[in-house]
Design a binder for this molecule. Structure first.
Ligand code: PLP
Length: 377
């Protein structure tokens, strides 16, 4: 089976993890800070705070935004449920704003219309690895005095108008799950230029404990204070050792993901029924996912195409079921079909094709010819 995504682990990754296992530190040791500094360097952001996973990073972002009961947070429906779940963790209310069907990115014009007195933040998702319309979204956020939070779990290494993802929003979050650009097994990162946010994020990942009082009360080295209701969202040194060696290989991997995407673009350029998502000219796409739409006039439905591709050992997937259609949201937030008609319609057409650095050209060609054959092209 050709999977839709897969990690690449090399000898240097294994060696750096083994080195930590032989050291004195397993959890909060020197590798965390080293990974954070390298991550700051890569993204160009002032502060990077590593946490247990991408969902914990999103939760941390909602904590930093002071989301509480009664607050609204704008989110797109075309994302992994964790994006809007994180609003619920803090007692806030996600407000779903529909997407642009060419890119599957949140429609910034509809964002404007959905802002209310209660809105505290806008979350944009760099779907598939394409940065959102940050200039427009940033302007809306500024005008209405709300935070812009980027769920960039798909977009490590992507750029918008020459600026790296991580420097485009007030807070940006990443995931290091094995299907993402780099992996630490489980892992995540909160990135921000705001030093106070970074300080609070470091507390939040460690039970809300203020380490600075240590310094103030040096005579009593056992003394600490819990000042926020934090969680144990710590990442380990073992994981960060892996992150450090993975990050070094990211530029080469991004290049390969883009080559594969170009090959797909060429392969489908003459296709009647297969339409790749649009990439805007102002971005450099990171291609976490390569997504096509199977149009409504095609001889087979997306579901039939999905089954036939799987039958050919091609691990196609669907990203995503619109979040507001999940039973939990319908039952507890009263969401329903019809709330985001564009996301709902495009959901029936989208198909994620395999794209990961170790994928061979012959495999890419096999995916292209299989999909076209299945659709009678
Ligand atoms: C992967 C992902 C997450 C969650 O990350 P985890 O590390 O799995 O918790 C959140 N949002 C998006 C868009 C993702 O792709």
């Amino acid at each position: 089976m050709i999977p839709y995504g897969r990690q690449s682990i090399g000898e240097e990754d294994i060696e750096s993890v083994v080195e930590v296992l032989k050291s004195d530190w397993l959890t909060t040791g020197p590798k965390i800070e080293e990974f954070e500094r390298e991550f700051e360097e890569f993204t160009g952001a002032e502060n990077a705070v590593a946490v247990a996973n991408g969902t914990a990073a999103l939760h941390t972002a909602m904590f930093l935004a002071n989301i509480k009961q009664g607050d609204e947070v704008i989110v797109p429906p075309m994302t992994f449920a964790a994006t809007s779940n994180s609003v619920l963790f803090q007692g806030g209310t996600p407000v779903f704003v529909d997407i642009d069907t060419d890119t599957l990115l949140i429609d910034h014009e509809q964002v404007v219309d959905s802002i209310s007195e209660k809105t505290k933040a806008i979350v944009c998702v760099d779907y598939a690895g394409q940065p959102c319309a940050y200039d427009e979204l940033g302007a809306v956020a500024e005008e209405h005095d709300v935070l812009l939070i980027a769920d960039s779990c798909h977009a490590l290494g992507a750029e918008y108008k020459g600026k790296k993802v991580g420097t485009l929003a007030d807070i940006t979050v990443f995931s290091f799950h094995p299907v993402k650009h780099i992996t630490t097994g489980e892992g995540g990162m909160v990135v921000t230029d705001d030093d106070e946010f970074a300080r609070r994020a470091r507390r939040f990942r460690n039970h809300g404990i203020d380490k600075d009082v240590h310094k103030r009360k040096e005579e009593n080295s056992w003394y600490y204070e819990m000042v926020d209701l934090g969680y144990n969202y710590r990442i380990t040194d073992i994981q960060c050792a892996l992150g450090i060696t993975q990050l070094k290989k990211l530029p080469g991997w991004l290049k390969r993901r883009r080559e594969i995407a170009e090959r797909y673009d060429r392969g489908f350029s003459q296709s009647e029924h297969i339409t790749p998502l649009k990439t805007r000219s102002v971005v450099s796409h990171a291609y976490h996912l390569y997504v096509v739409k199977i149009d409504e006039e095609a001889p087979l439905s997306r579901d039939e195409v999905f089954d036939q591709m799987r039958g050919r050992d091609i691990g196609v997937n669907v990203h995503y079921i619109p979040v507001h259609l999940h039973p939990y949201y319908r039952d507890n937030l009263n969401t329903r079909r019809g709330m985001c008609p564009d996301a709902e319609r495009v959901y029936d057409q989208i198909l994620t094709l395999p794209d990961y650095p170790a994928m061979e050209d012959t495999e890419v060609e096999y995916v292209i010819s299989s999909l076209r054959e299945i659709l009678g092209e």
